[in-house]
Structure formats: C-alpha cells, structure tokens
Design a protein around this ligand. Structure first.
Ligand code: B3K
Ligand code: ZN
Length: 882
C-alpha cells in the first residue's frame, strides 16, 4: 500500500538533514518472496539542530518487522511507522546512536523493477532515484553519503554469485545449504548508488592497469551461454577507462569493476558504485545479432556508466533538482569519448539529430522544463532528454566559450574542490568562472530558462565599404510556468566563406565578442559588423551546432550548396544539406494536401547526390547526408495543424524524386560499399554498411519491387544489413508474400534471442499506415511477446507510439485510444514504463484539429482512470494543461 500521494517538491525548500549518517551496515537474507533486510545505521544529530527534532526515514510500500535503538527494542511510544515513513523521537542531543531496522520484502512480485526484484531468476536492484526506500527505511536522498558494509546470505546452489558495491571482503558457507559474502565500499555514497546482484550467471574476466599502476579486476556477468557476446562491451570498458585517464585525468578507485547484464530493466543501465547493472541490450553483441547501431550504443553506454564513477558517484548531486549536474555532464563526456573513438563530425550529426527529434519537441511542448527544474511531483519523470541531452549541450557550450585548455582546468578544479561532496549546478559553474575570470551569470540562464531559443539572422554586404553586417535577434519562447524570458548568452560558431569556399578573415569585428570563430550573442538584438571583407560572404552560422537553438536564416540554395561543398566543419556541410532538403519536404507535404504531385528542387538534388558520390568524404558522413529529415523533423517545422499522412506521403515523393535522379549512383554505391572481408564493428566499416543501406533504401524507391531488398536480405551476413533489408521489405511492401516469408524466416531463425526478436517487433510496429494497429494487436498475442518485459513493450508498443506517425496518428484516433489503453494496463505493473510511453502524446496540440480531438479524448480517459500512479498522473495532467 502506498500512502504517498505525490506532493510537489520545491528546490527552494531544500535544507540539509537533521541527522548525519555515519555508517551503513546491511544484511540481506535472500528469499524469492520474503527477503529479510536488516539495516544498522549510525547517526548523530547535526550541530545546531533542535534537540526535539525527530529522525524521519523514507519508505515505500514497506512493512517493519523490528526496530532497535542501540541494540535494544525501541518502545512503541517513541516511533510512528507507515509504509512510507518511519519517525523516531527522543533521540540523543549529541552522541552517536545506532538504529537497527528490519523489513521483509518480496522481490518476486516487484513488477515496478524499482528496489530489489527478480529478473530471470536473478536478484537485482535499481535504486535511482528513490528505489532504496523500497528495501528499507532510510534517509533516501542524494546528499546523505556514507560508507556501506553489505552481507548477503542466500541458498548456495541456486544463488552461487553474491555481489554488491565496493571491494570483496570475504565469504563462506553459512547454514542449511546457504552461503554468504561480504562487501565493503569505502567511498561514501548516497543510497541511490547501492546495488546488490545475486544469482547464477556466467562471467567474462579481464583486467586494467590504471595510470598509477594499480591492477583492477574487470568482470562482466551475463546469462550462461552468452559470454562470447560480452567481449565488445569489455573492450569498450577498457577503452573508456583509458580515455578518462588521458582526457580528464580520472583514475578508477576500487580493486574491482563489475557489470551485470539483466533482461528486465526499466532503462539503459545504472552506474552503481563498482557494480553497474545493465539492460542486456546494451551489453550483448555479435555480428549475427547486433547492428552497428547496437555496437555504438553499447560503447556509449558502457562509457557513460563508467564515467559516472567521477561525475555522479565521487561527486554527486545535492538534491534531485541537480540531476543534470551528473547526467548532462556525463552525456557530454560519453559524447566526447565516442567522437574520439569514431568520427567526430558523424558523431555530432547523430547527436544533433537525436537532440532535435527528442529534446526539441519536449522543449516546445507541455512537458518543457528547465535543464535544472525547480519543482517536481515525480522525480522519475525528470530523466528527460532536456536534463540529459540539453544538459550535455550546456556543458559543451561552456567548453566552447572557454576553449579546451580552460575547460580542462575548470574540470580539474571541480574534481579537486568537490570530491566526496554532494553539490549543485552553481558549484559546478563556479569552477569555470574561477579558472577563467569570466562572468557566467547570464550563461547560467541555460540551466534555468526552458524552451529552445529562436535566433533570427539576416546579413547585408556593402561592396564599397567592404563590410558585412549581420543582424541577430534572439527570442526564448514561453514555456509552462515561465512566460517572461531574459536574453541568453549564446555562443554562435561562425565563419564567413568566400565564393571559392575559403574562410574570409575580417580585419576587425564590431558589435560583439568574436574569438576562435565564436560570436557571443548576449543581447536580445545585436548587430555585428565585419570589416575588411573583400567579397560578398556566405555565412556559416551555428557551426558545429555550437548552441542548441532554432535558427531562422534565409539563405539561398546556392549559398547552402556552397557550404555543403566547402565548409571545413563537416557537421555544417550536413546541416546545409538538411536546410536545402527541408523546404522541399514542406512543399511536398503541402502539395499532398492540395492533391498536387511533388517535385524536388534541382539544386538540392544535385547537392545531395554530389555529397553521396564524393569519395573525399567518409562513407558514414555520406550516409548521413542521404538520410533526409525524418517525418517528425518535418512536423516540427510545420509547427502546428500537422497532418502526419501528408507529411509521410510528401516525404515519400521527395525520396522517389531523388531515387529516380540518382538511380545509377545508388546502384554503384550499393555494389562498391559491399564488404570484402570479415565483419568488424569499427566506425569505418559501419560507415560503409550505412552507405550501402542508404543506397538500398533509394533503390527501393527507384525500383518499386521487393526483389532487390529480398536479395539483400538473403545475402546479408550481418545484422545491420539483414535488418535494414527486412525493414525495407516490411515498410515498402507490407502486404507482399516476399515480405511475409522474410519476416517468418527471420522469426524462426532468431526465436530464441529476445533482443533480435525485439528488432522483428519494431520493424513491423513502424510500418507506415493505418493497418499497422491490427498487426500490433496480433503481435501482442504472439508467445514471443511479454508484456512484463520493458524491452519487449518498448520494441512493439513503444516503437508504434514514438516512431510510427501515420500508424499511431491514424485519422480515426484508434491509435491514440489503443495507446491510452496500454498505458493504463502497464501502469498497474510498471508506472515508470507507462509514464514514459505516455510522453508519446506530448505533441498532440500540434496536430490538425480532427486528430487533436481524438488525442485529447484518449488523454482524458487516462486522466479519468481510477488509481493512477503518481508517474502517469503527473505526465497526463501536464500534457493536458492549457
Ligand atoms: N542514472 C541512471 C538513470 C536512472 C533512472 C532512474 N529513473 C542511468 C544513467 O543515466 O546513467
Ligand atoms: Zn547517466
């Protein structure tokens, strides 16, 4: 039973705890349905705190079985207990005291996957953000740090492996076929970083020698028989450890680092101290079952969780409002890692695509919130792309403003000054201010003001005076709870290009700070004068996506084509191609509505095909150039009255026009990008496969029969190409016998690999058009589907809601009603999963009136349902709020 009704928590109400926690000693007697948890906590009253103040501990659905004070049973008059709170009174004024709390919990029935639960027979924990309070009564907040000693007792035969945080102290046999293990984590940590894993698993072992010569044992635990599929993850881990030493001077600090892969997990992974727990999707890979995208994700997430050891664990958050302190910064670090390991521009393109498709809609809709929010009802709903991805962009902007050396100095100072502490965004920013002498007070608005700034630019060239004038105007849109916005400090990467494509250096610049090719936009309106410009320049603005903004800048197709051909910053080349594409896609969607046939602008098609064939460019980049803006990108540009059907058909028409114009090029690319050796997951060979797949996509538009995709499917010797061919068959020829046969072949070949079956579900869930809903319903009845497993739900139901605008958004509203019903069912078991799925409705107000009405009605049925979780209630109410 839950008595917590989800009150609003405010940043302004923060105050430290009344009692300081000195030590934690936990003993778990594991049992599938009745695990006994004995927790011994040593506290003392914080100096200056009123001597009558009680000790209040958090709980969630707990039942207390015993409570001791200094080893004596506590008089019932001295405490009150409910499932979510334990209040103890009459405690010593100064002297330390010990509280021993015993609870019995049921891991088997814990379907929320928060706290201690069972997955495939393995005991596993997830404590961030507030899961620890589902294990025992505790001051469950990130600013309560203590060293932990953990003893785990379990049946030896069924549960041979007993893991927790820190270093292994010892273990041995216990009683009645049971055994025990003890672990000690010397690094004071908050409860959200606690972990316990116990079960019967296989292991892959390796070791790493740190920069000071210490040997660290590395272990990755997976289900028996899957060990071979963990080798890429191990390789990524070692590369991450090395990179963090070289790039940030950060050394690992325990004797052992462990990763455990589990199959039921609410998110990607969790950075528990010394014992990361992973969704197995982000650990297991081999060429036959994982795509290049999977490999890249594994590398990035392994790195991300490892990097948290310093940014998150050694230095943690004072309160959950500061979540971006660890998440935004750690995403920035993993992005930099991947950029160094792979291709920097291609990585940047992927980041920006993701930011624009996920974070921009969030920032422009009812769920918009600042990178550092000031209020929440359910903290789990704030693990958002705004906190993560925009948080990373804000960190990147600090690096852009300061340059590499000063940024590194600021990071060094942060590590030195705050190691072992729970701190705030202000503490973080202060370090950069201290090393640079720069005033960050205006810049800090990036943490406080929600909404994607819109920058409008226009330029004019004076051939007589040889000056170029750039006028800039910034506007931050109103967002929920924030109507008035102050101008931001926006670092705009900028160069002026001459007609030959070479960079023109101005003799001087007036009207704003301009250094290292970065212009500082700080006023609402700013006019910049570039002197000594000998010819009409082409402006490459927001180079490298230096700031997460929307840019309105009317550049001619020929100026964009010049950027696409000559910019030394390849991200900007890609951006110019997308800017060339967008008006074509918008016009094509309008033409669909008006019953006209679409055509693509010649300059655009030529620029795109030129990039596709340019052998001086890496294949991965060329593949990105060929991947047009997505349907949701186009919808965002329309900004309202959206008709997913017209957008889809318009985009198809543009694809067809490009396919027809470039068919010989695509045939040639498809052949030349064929791999000529054994598979490697390197970025370089992944790039060749990506380009080959892009060519195949266009060929399926140029030659509208399933034969080529079918042949590709039959010949593929790796999952990247096989899945792409299968998806093309399903999307382009959903009703053909060839497609049905390929889908069936795929299913029977991979029926015993749930992660591959997820791809099979997603390929079908994303088939455009109204008919897909029935297909989803049929697939949900398939024995391979499991509604209790988050990966399966996301692969089928989630892919439909998030990645199928015409299926989910079918005109009769059935898609919205279906998802609303799913949300209510899932909410009974797993509120976090349900709440996340509900965010697929966040852009409902931007739909054309017919669809918007259906979507709103579906949301109202969710809102009206009895016994909603706090998670879903919070999202549905914010989504509906005018
Ligand atoms: N810190 C975890 C996310 C926890 C989500 C809690 N609802 C994984 C990560 O960001 O690294
Ligand atoms: Zn993280």
């Amino acid at each position: 039973m839950r008595t917590d009704i989800g009150q609003v928590i405010h940043l302004a109400d923060y105050r430290p705890t009344d009692f300081v926690l000195e030590r934690v000693d936990l003993t778990f007697e594991l049992d599938p349905t009745a695990t006994k948890v004995e927790s011994r906590l040593i506290f003392h009253r914080r100096e200056g705190v009123d001597v009558t103040a009680p000790l209040i501990l958090d709980g969630d659905e707990l039942s207390l079985t015993s409570l001791l004070f200094d080893q004596e049973e506590l008089d019932a008059a001295r405490y009150d207990v409910t499932p979510d709170k334990l209040t103890i009174r009459e405690l010593p004024a100064e002297a330390p005291f010990e509280i021993t709390v015993t609870t019995i919990i049921n891991p088997q029935t814990n379907s929320q996957l928060m706290g201690l639960y069972r997955t495939n027979g393995v005991y596993c924990t997830q404590c961030e953000a507030e899961g620890f309070r589902r294990i025992t009564y505790f001051p469950d907040r990130p600013d309560v740090l203590a060293p932990y000693t953990i003893t785990i007792i379990a049946d030896k035969a069924s549960t041979p492996l007993l893991l927790s945080n820190g270093n292994f102290l010892g273990g041995g046999n216990y009683d009645e076929g049971r055994h025990f293990a003890a672990w000690f984590d010397p690094h004071p940590k908050p409860s959200y970083l606690f972990a316990l894993v116990a079960g019967d698993l296989g292991v892959v072992e390796d070791s790493f020698t740190t920069m000071s010569g210490r040997e660290v044992a590395l272990k990755i635990y997976v289900e028996h028989g899957k060990e071979a599929r963990a080798s890429y993850a191990m390789d990524a881990l070692k590369r991450s450890m090395k990179w963090d030493e070289e790039r940030f001077g950060r050394e690992y600090d325990l004797d052992i680092f462990m990763i455990v892969a589990v199959s039921d997990f609410n998110m990607g992974a969790m950075e528990n101290k010394g014992l990361n727990v992973f969704n197995d999707k982000y650990v297991l890979a081999d060429p036959q079952t994982a795509t290049d995208h999977d490999y890249a994700n594994i590398e990035a997430i392994i790195a991300h969780e490892y990097f948290h050891n310093w940014t998150g664990n050694r230095i943690t958050c004072r309160d959950w409002f500061q979540l971006c302190l660890k998440e935004g910064l750690t995403v920035y670090r993993d992005h930099e890692f991947s950029a160094d390991q792979r291709s920097r521009p291609v990585k940047r393109i992927a980041e920006v695509r993701h930011l624009k498709s996920e974070q921009f809609p969030e920032d422009g809709g009812p769920l918009a919130h600042p990178v550092r929010p000031t209020a929440y009802r359910e903290i789990n709903n704030f693990y958002t792309t705004t906190v993560y991805e925009k948080g990373s962009e804000v960190t990147r902007m600090i690096a852009t403003l300061l340059g590499d050396d000063l940024f590194r100095k600021g990071m060094d100072l942060y590590f030195e000054r705050h190691d072992g502490q729970a701190v705030t965004i202000e503490d973080f920013v202060q370090c950069f201010s201290d090393v640079s002498g720069r005033d960050f007070s205006q810049f800090a608005l990036w943490y406080h003001q929600a909404g994607t700034p819109l920058v409008t630019a226009s330029g004019s060239y004076d051939p007589v005076a040889k000056t170029f004038t750039l006028s800039l105007l910034q506007m931050v849109p109103a967002t929920p709870g924030q109507t008035e916005k102050a101008p931001m400090h926006i670092p705009l990467g900028l160069v002026l290009l001459g007609q030959s494509g070479a960079i023109l250096s101005p003799s001087s610049v007036e009207g704003g700070e301009y250094e290292r090719s970065v212009l500082h936009l700080t006023e609402r309106q700013q006019t910049i004068l570039f002197n000594g410009i000998a010819e009409r320049p082409v402006v490459s603005l927001n180079r490298g996506f230096s700031a997460p903004i929307n840019l309105q800048f009317d550049q001619t197709p020929s100026d964009l084509a010049l950027i696409a051909r000559h910019e030394t910053d390849h991200f900007s080349r890609w951006q110019a191609l997308m800017d060339l594409a967008m008006p074509n896609l918008l016009q094509a969607a309008r033409d669909q509505k008006d019953g006209k046939s679409a055509k693509a602008d010649k300059a655009f098609v030529e620029a795109l095909l030129a990039a596709a064939q340019d052998e001086s460019l890496e294949p991965a980049f060329r593949a990105q150039a060929l991947a047009l803006p997505s349907e949701s990108d186009i919808a965002r540009e329309f900004g309202g009255n959206n008709d997913p059907e017209a957008i889809h058909l318009g985009r198809q028409a543009v694809l067809t026009a490009i396919a027809e114009a470039g068919s010989t090029i695509f045939v040639q690319l498809y052949d030349t990008m064929k791999s000529n050796g054994t598979f490697t997951p390197t970025a370089e060979s992944a790039g060749r496969r990506a380009l080959r797949n892009a060519a195949l996509t266009y060929l399926s538009y140029a030659e509208p029969t399933p034969h080529r995709a079918l042949a590709a499917f039959g010949q593929a010797d790796n999952m990247t190409e096989m899945l792409h061919a299968l998806t093309l068959l399903a999307h382009r020829f959903p009703m053909s016998d060839e497609t049905n046969k390929a889908l069936e072949d795929f299913r029977s070949r991979f029926a015993d690999n749930a992660l591959v079956i997820d791809k099979w579900f997603s390929a079908q869930a994303t088939i455009p058009g109204a008919g897909t809903l029935e297909r989803i319903q049929t697939l949900m009845a398939n024995p391979l589907f499991n509604a209790g497993n988050p990966n399966r739900v996301r692969a089928l139901v989630g892919a439909f809601a998030f990645s199928n605008p015409t299926g989910f958004g079918r005109a009769d509203g059935e898609g919205y009603r279906f998802i609303a019903k799913q949300i209510l069912e899932i909410d009974q078991r797993n509120p976090q999963l349900a709440a996340r799925l509900l965010t697929s409705m966040r852009s409902w107000r931007k739909l054309e009136p017919g669809r918007a009405k259906h979507a709103e009605a579906a949301l109202r049925t969710v809102e009206a349902a009895p016994s909603l979780s706090t998670d879903v209630r919070d999202i549905v109410e914010r989504t509906l709020k005018a």
